[in-house]
Design a protein around this ligand. Structure first.
Ligand code: ADP
Length: 282
């Protein structure tokens, strides 16, 4: 691996998140008026690639968007965040969109139209040029299975909850899940599972036994959406560098915590320098 910048391939979704804030969520058949539409780049793959780039990696996003204005906008947005967008594919289907309504209590309703994400096809893409491949489950499972098989080292974020081929899981160097996602995993069968536990941090399990645990710093969280994506990018990068699980976990929980300091999934992506500063303090 280059001594300077780690290279990471991120396989996953690329969506536009359209959010409207409402006083209360609509009941079936009802219309409610909300605030102005907020449009942000989202999707777990795109968020993880943006987080990795911000942490200093050469991050290539392997995703599919539509041949439409939205796809163009998402791609330009990621390019401005220093993500390598050269392998983003254009599908005849519309760009993936998440329609989100958010009420005053923070309760939400989300409908996802995956569109182009369903067309991702990596058969012709060389997956051997990166130090690590990070995949998540908002793209077809067969694409993830194949990418994990072909990558030199793979980290799988089993989010959102989906059934995953046990062989794919066992081929991954590390599997990352949050407290909900881990319920469906047979952790006793897996060598390295990281479970993120929100404000309580994260734990590394090996065949079901706790190897190490890390707690994040106490921060004034504004929005925890996307914290898990930053955590995954941070952990994958440190792991690819050959750091001990202890070090990688401590780094990733700080990165995840700092990501909660701004609104939206990409509102507070931390730099490597910022994470290190916090690590020196604790
Ligand atoms: P997900 O977003 O996938 O559900 P988690 O909520 O478990 O993931 O968060 C991932 C990581 O982000 C945690 O391990 C932790 O480091 C950090 N994090 C999340 N919420 C908080 C919080 N309220 N305070 C501090 N750190 C947090």
């Amino acid at each position: 691996m280059s001594a300077l910048r780690a290279r990471i391939d991120v396989v996953g979704s690329c969506n536009a998140d359209w959010t409207v804030r409402v006083a209360r969520l609509a009941r079936p058949g009802e219309t409610v008026l909300g605030g102005d539409l907020e449009r942000r780049g989202g999707g777990k793959g795109a968020n993880q690639a943006a987080a990795a780039a911000r942490l200093g990696a050469r991050a290539r996003l392997l995703a599919a968007v539509g041949a439409d204005d939205l796809g163009q906008w998402l791609t330009s947005d990621l390019e401005a965040l220093d993500v390598d967008v050269s392998a983003i594919q254009r599908s005849p289907r519309p760009t993936g969109v998440a329609l989100i309504t958010l009420d005053e209590l923070g309760e939400n309703e989300i409908v996802v139209a995956p569109g182009a994400n369903g067309d991702l096809d990596l058969a012709a893409v060389d997956l051997n040029s990166s130090d690590v491949l990070l995949a998540s489950m908002e793209v077809p499972a067969s694409v993830v299975d194949d990418a994990v098989r072909r990558a030199r080292r793979a980290v799988l974020n089993v989010a959102p909850v989906r059934e995953v081929d046990p062989e794919t899981l066992s081929r991954c160097g590390v599997v990352i899940a949050n407290e909900h996602e881990v319920i469906g995993l047979d952790v006793n069968a897996l060598e390295h599972v990281i479970v993120t536990e929100g404000a309580r941090g994260a734990v590394h399990l090996s065949r079901g036994r706790v190897v190490t645990r890390a707690r994040p710093p106490m921060v004034e969280s504004v929005d925890t959406v996307g914290a898990g994506d930053v955590f995954c990018a941070a952990y994958a990068l440190r792991w690819a560098r050959g750091e001990s699980s202890d070090e990688a976990l401590r780094y990733a929980v700080v990165a995840g915590a700092l990501a909660t300091l701004g609104e939206g999934a990409r509102g507070a992506l931390p730099t490597d320098g910022e994470v290190r500063q916090w690590l020196e303090r604790v």
